[in-house]
Design a protein around this ligand. Structure first.
Ligand code: UN1
Length: 493
């Protein structure tokens, strides 16, 4: 339960249906990135807490697995309703906890509500498939079965939506979970878990342990009773999980360097809005953020001017203020990272058109930054910055644009602005990314469609939509032979 103690919000770990102290008795501070106030204090958990949570999840698994999926789904439906009722309250808290502007926080909570209802609907589907057998009087079908205890390790940039994507899909499939939210946004996760508790999720089915990735995350990933790990976060951590998790089913979503291609026949006013939204929405802190604009040479200088003029007008400030366009970065390290990449860009010969500096000192603000004269191999065009920094790259034609778009290690989202149907389809076919937008920005995935990327972005797993079910279930293949005699596949007729 979330409580106020001497003016500070605080809560405990949630294990086996109860809010309990960490064995460590130590705490971590959760800081408001806009003014550096302490938002809440949370347990700095250790191995023993993880062991307890995994044990609870392991023990709750058989009963939850045996609960009919539509009954499991009813609980998710109820939780989504409760989240809907608390939408404003949770969004305001999110705004304090992670800084993005209120409208986006409301969108984040809405995404959590949407996936709750969507996955509740899946409780009445969870489709397998039926297919004829090659033998007479024999039938074959597949069914979805849960995996077991799932570790869900979630980031801070979508503090409700991403825990909700993972939790609802895992639960409807019949798994039990241990959620380890980012240490930057544990309060939103605690709210989400509290709503699941209120929706009567049975004890042990959902557990939440807060703490650092190095201790809590690492313990979870290596725990023998954990059968699946679903992780969204940095490439370094994802690669470590891939190496350290042993034989577990793992889902990794590790970022992007998402391009917007701008063709000479595009509607430039529309594209401008898309670039601003993709690059500076959520202060550039989305895996799907647009960080490269690949522009046809004929419109390059015109668009460059339009973008700089508009970017300079964006107002930095607290996400709670209605006059703010761009909130702060999540923490000091993020601020230093953006500054570091600006220095790298300048050193590598890119031209800084605007921004490039930290904003008001009260919080972790960074000015919306536009670099021009960027060549595709520069580090600012290759590496994920996760800040409000966009690189403009000039190209001669679509072929070169697609080549540049693909010349990175990531492949999450991408976009093309064009009014030429053939250019649009060429881009759809040839861009190496899990998501492609036409005449829309790189951000804004909807919950009933699969989300994920190719190449260095992930390991082929998709979240949300029908494919979110695949991440959290196994396929069981069933043969029923009612011939009453031995029938040998591949041998008998
Ligand atoms: C992320 O940045 O990890 O498509 C998730 C979008 C959001 C989800 C982003 N619906 O930008």
């Amino acid at each position: 339960m979330i409580k106020k103690v001497i003016g500070l919000l605080t809560f405990k770990n949630y294990i086996n249906g109860k809010w309990v102290d960490s064995v460590s008795k130590k705490t971590l501070k959760d800081i408001n990135p806009a003014n550096q106030d302490i938002v809440c204090v949370v347990p700095a958990s250790v191995k023993e807490d993880i062991d307890e949570a995994v044990k609870a999840a392991h023990e709750a698994f058989p009963k939850w697995k045996a609960t009919p999926a539509p009954v499991r789904a009813n609980i998710l439906h109820r939780a989504a309703q409760l989240l809907e009722e608390k939408k404003d309250e949770v969004a305001k808290l999110m705004c304090r906890e992670m800084g993005k502007v209120l409208q986006e926080c409301l969108g984040d909570v809405q995404e959590g509500i949407d996936i709750g209802y969507y996955m509740a609907g899946e409780g009445r589907r969870l489709f397998g498939h039926t297919t004829p057998s090659e033998l007479s009087n024999k039938t074959a079908f597949t069914m979805r079965v849960p995996i077991g205890v799932c570790a869900l390790i979630t980031p801070w940039n979508f503090p409700i939506a991403i825990p909700a994507w993972k939790t609802t899909a895992a639960l409807v499939c019949g798994n039990t979970v241990v959620l380890k939210p980012s240490s930057d946004t544990p309060l939103c996760a605690a709210h989400f878990v509290e709503l699941l508790h209120k929706a009567c999720v049975p004890a042990g089915v959902v557990n939440m342990v807060t703490g650092t990735g190095e201790t809590v995350g690492a313990e979870l990933v290596q725990n023998k009773e954990v059968r699946a790990v679903s992780f969204t976060g940095s490439k370094t951590t994802g690669e470590w999980i891939a190496k350290s998790s042993g034989v577990k089913k793992i889902g990794l979503e590790m970022g992007g360097k998402n391009p917007i291609i701008l063709m000479d026949d595009a509607d430039l006013d529309l594209a401008l809005e898309g670039v601003l939204w993709g690059a500076f929405g959520t202060t550039g802190q989305r895996c799907t953020a647009a960080s490269r604009v690949i522009i046809h040479q004929k419109i390059f200088s015109r668009f460059e001017k339009m973008l700089v003029l508009a970017a300079k007008k964006l107002r930095l400030g607290s996400g709670l203020s209605s006059s703010t366009d761009v909130g702060p970065l999540i923490n000091k390290q993020a601020l230093e990272k953006s500054q570091h990449y600006v220095n790298i860009g300048l050193k590598d010969g890119a031209r800084l058109l605007c921004g490039g500096k930290a904003g008001p000192k009260s919080g972790f603000f960074f000015q919306p930054t536009v670099f021009s004269n960027v060549s595709p191999k520069m580090r600012i065009a290759q590496e994920e910055i996760f800040g409000p920094i966009i690189s403009l790259i000039k190209v001669k034609n679509l072929k070169e644009a697609i080549k540049v778009a693909n010349s990175i290690e990531y492949g999450l989202s991408s976009s093309i602005y064009t009014n030429n149907i053939s250019s649009a389809f060429k881009a759809i076919n040839e861009i190496e990314s899990g998501i492609v937008y036409v005449n829309a920005s790189t951000i804004g995935a909807e919950v009933h469609l699969p989300f994920g990327g190719v190449k260095g972005t992930g390991n082929g797993v998709r979240e949300a939509g029908i494919e979110g079910i695949n991440e959290f279930s196994e396929t069981k293949t069933v043969y029923i032979d009612y011939s009453g005699k031995l029938q040998r596949a591949q041998i008998d007729d």
